[in-house]
Design a binder for this molecule. Sequence first.
Ligand code: GNR
Ligand code: NI
Length: 165
Amino acid sequence: MILDILKYPDKRLRTIAQPVVSVNSDIKKQVKDMFETMYDAPGIGLAATQVNFHQRIIVIDISEDCNQPFCLINPEIIEKSGEIEWEEGCLSVPNYYENVKRANKIKVCALNEHGNTFDIEANEMLAICIQHEMDHLNGILFVDHLSKLKQKRLQKKAEKQDKKL
Ligand code: GNR
Ligand code: NI
């Protein structure tokens, strides 16, 4: 089932997601729906917050052929280093792209869709994507990393867009 994606400046994007208590059939269905929604959008990642489900779930597939899906439940960054700047976009902030600086290399611990713990080391695009998605689970958008001036301009643009609809 394809889910609706919340759009900036929807306040629900500011919700802090709760940890998943048990990776049960409801959570597995949510993961499945999130993959479907991400591929349909299309995007390289999706956080549960974006589909108004406020538990700590992320799905990602940064591969060209869309054949390397993986899911992170209750992810925690255990190490990070270096810096990388990349032009980011977000399915919740359509038609807006800006450079953001993040850690270039991270080590993350999470549960997979079977409820088993795993570690993953990521760098560059994958590291950027994981950090972007983990921000969503904390109610943070990539635009929050920009200057106040850029945020004001975006807000104006979003208000104009709202009037047209
Ligand atoms: O599809 C997406 N592309 C992207 C490009 C640069 C940095 C981050 C991303 S994530 C984004 C999908 C999305 O909004 N996930 O929350
Ligand atoms: Ni996003």
